[in-house]
Design a protein around this ligand. Sequence first.
Ligand code: PIT
Length: 417
Amino acid sequence: MKGGGFKVRPTTRCNSAIRRPTQELAILDLYQQTNINPIPQLILTPTQRNLRPRPKTGMKITDQYYTVLTHENKPDHNFRHKTAQGSYRTTKLSTKNQLETLEDGLLKKTSITQLDTDIPQQCETKFKTQTLDGFKILRSSSQQQVNTNAVLNQKISNLDRYLILSILGQGSYATVKLARDKITEKLMAIKIYSKAKLCNQQRKQQLKREIHILKLLDHPNIIKYLNTIETQMDINLIVEYGGSKSLRSYLKLFPNRKLDEDDAKQIFRQIVKAVDYCHSLNIVHRDIKLENILLKDNNEIKLIDFGFSILVNRECKLGVFCGTPSYMAPELVSKQEYFGKPVDVWALGVLLYVLLTGNFPFKGSNDSDLYGQIKKGVYTKVNASLQCQKLISQMLTIRASERITTLRILQDRWFNS
Ligand code: PIT
């Protein structure tokens, strides 16, 4: 995307220019005595993995976690659902941040704790008392709970199971390699974080958050997390292989590096579906860009790189200045506290603009120049249908509160035409 007399800044930035996130300190305290691996997890047996209680209960059981999604912090909030084995499980949120599960006459008590969100301190107390949204279970007395290390040791003791084939990408903190699973013969991508480079707590915390969020995600347009293997030197994230072509390299195959409206729409639809799914789980990606979208030969897309993603709370703003400059929303470059989801929507607007024009809507010869343009929000009109132009302007709306949401984009006329 060079040329056009502007500098492209594809590199991701993240700093705590606004303030140091309070949750980082809290979470680090939790894990302080441990190394990176022992993120407490509730690992379920294979049959339990298939359980999907009705969402109306306000509580979701995912592969590895019971995730409490309810906004009703009622001490007697009960629900009952049928397990795969045909028995009934009753779950109750008790007053002391405990989840009580009654199944087959066996009472299991599970402590829940707050998730790692960027919420400021004053919100934290309110959050804790008013809503259970964003709490996760850290420990369970369930007999099915197994230590992560033990499970990994049982399944595979090291990376020998994988045959490394090539390097897919290299960043400052991690390298992504293509590998073949020697047992299943399937291709995998392994994102390797060198422990030596995970020198500060913020990096370690980001990695823990990335793994946690990856485990929550299950969508056809989002790369699937498979496993984490810790070796003496590295932390290896094993994810499905989503191809080796990013949307950025794909665009380079076209004259002027742009797509026609229908092709752009076909790709954009999948990206919005992936981001809307994340937002429905209160996950904000915070680094949506061409490089983080993989494209398979059948034009199926996969969203990758959840390194800056975070679980958010509707009422509280974020304060960590994250992302890639050309895709940053005005509220981010102004270093104001911001709501996460609109920041992703702005990046989607930039992305659609680039797909259709081959250029970024906002350019500058240096960061402050670029930020000035973003704050003004003035860009050259896209040569596309009026409906498409309208959608772009709704995404590139300066005031975050007036910006379109992913849910609304899904209902948009151009999007559905
Ligand atoms: C591929 C091919 C490739 C990169 C990746 C996967 C990366 C995947 C990835 C990276 C992340 C993350 C989740 C998935 O959080 O070139 O198949 O940082």
